[in-house]
Design a protein around this ligand. Structure first.
Ligand SMILES: Cc1cc2nc3c(=O)[nH]c(=O)nc-3n(C[C@H](O)[C@H](O)[C@H](O)COP(=O)(O)O)c2cc1C
Length: 360
């Protein structure tokens, strides 16, 4: 029997009863084609990981011309993409898995060289510091154009259409990507949002776009098939907020009122610059299922679930290299470390060739 009994207790995750509490975190792997269509290799990759209680797909572009990852990040705005994803969801379902799509707009992380020359947009005209990767090599991020007030309904509508497309592609639900310094997070945090209209200034104003997008997605799916991901402390993509805990409390309370299936909270900072206990704030302010992520070990997650600090855990980098992570945790066998050099490379190496050793 496993030593991690709490992790292996069934739970109700929105509309779905799941047999345990191990979630596969969203992982961008850049194995789509140049038209942002899902590939057969992606079908194989996701179908290897179906023992997760829930797979959250890699960040997926809700509309055209918002690529932020070398031009081979997938989209969900064309018929071809819907059909490509349908193969993936069919393969996942055939093996008894569940999969939500992570709905994503990169905002100022997008680059004209990746997007047919289209300028990137954001809350305000403030660039990410440093360089991004393009087919022409590393280039500085560009200064985004601040979205005009009259353009914001188009963004909300873009998420709504993408949600409908995800439904047609056979997903079990969707996760709104409000984390990691992409468009919705760029509105949330005050280092990137200097707007003086109704989408800037107060926390309530900055949270408005995320909440409006979430509501529009709920219109399509129902609240019990919608999750939201946040990373209030993550500095990645030049992000910071002057009061991350208050921001977290407000957003969590509002999301709680929407009765979403889950809140997916990244508790730390990729760069280790910002600290704070966002998990406790989330637990207090959000009444539904709370998924904790970032740096958890199975043992820590088991204890956190036992203490009621979180309800479930999402693993990121270990899902790169352990397609059978659930079985490994259950059997107490070795968890393999990933080869970071193949995170965003092409082909099967470091993608579908990690061995399934413990699939009994
Ligand atoms: C290769 C790679 C790709 C990632 N892609 C995404 C993504 O598409 N969307 C997202 O929200 N987070 C993404 N993340 C963050 C992970 O979901 C997760 O939050 C992070 O790895 C921390 O969890 P861990 O400590 O269990 O690895 C990515 C992380 C890695 C390593």
């Amino acid at each position: 029997m496993t030593t991690f009994q709490e992790i292996f207790k069934p739970m109700q995750l929105g509309a779905y009863k799941v047999g345990h509490r191990i979630i596969m975190a969203p992982l961008t792997r850049c194995r789509a084609d140049k038209n942002h269509n899902p590939t057969d290799l992606m079908t194989e990759y996701y179908s290897q990981r179906t023992s997760a209680a829930l797979i959250v797909s890699e960040a997926t572009m809700v509309m055209k011309n918002c690529s932020a990852f070398g031009g081979t990040d997938p989209g969900i705005y064309s018929q071809e993409q819907i059909l490509g994803w349908k193969k993936i969801t069919d393969a996942v379902h055939a093996k008894g898995g569940k999969i939500f799509m992570q709905l994503w707009h990169g905002g100022r992380a997008c680059h004209p060289l990746l997007n047919n020359g289209h300028e990137c947009v954001s809350a305000s005209a403030i660039a990410i510091e440093g360089d991004t990767h393009t087919p022409q090599g590393k280039v500085p991020y560009t200064v985004p154009r601040a979205l005009e007030l009259k353009e914001i309904p188009q963004i909300i509508e873009g998420f709504k259409i993408a949600s409908k497309n995800a439904k047609n592609a056979g997903f079990d639900g969707v996760e709104v990507h409000g984390a990691n310094g992409y468009l919705l997070d760029q509105f949330l945090r005050d280092s990137s949002n200097k707007r003086t209209d109704s989408y800037g200034g107060t926390i309530a104003n900055r949270a408005k776009l995320l909440l409006e997008v979430t509501k529009s997605v709920i219109d399509v799916w129902g609240a019990d098939k919608v999750g939201v991901r946040l990373s209030p402390l993550n500095s990645f993509n030049s992000m910071k907020d002057s009061n991350p805990l208050e921001l977290t409390a407000y957003v969590c309370r509002e999301l709680s009122n929407l009765n979403i299936a889950y809140l997916h909270m990244m508790r730390a900072d990729f760069l280790g610059l910002q600290n704070g206990d966002v998990m406790s704030v989330a637990r207090e302010s959000f009444k539904g299922i709370l998924i904790g992520n970032m740096g958890f070990t199975p043992s820590e997650a088991n204890t956190a679930i036992q203490k009621g600090l979180i309800d479930a855990v999402a693993f990121g980098h270990h899902y790169v290299s352990n397609p059978d992570l659930v079985e490994r945790i259950k059997n107490g066998t070795t968890i393999v470390e990933p080869d970071q050099s193949t995170y965003y490379s092409q082909g099967a190496a470091g993608y579908t060739d990690y061995p399934l050793r413990n699939s009994k």
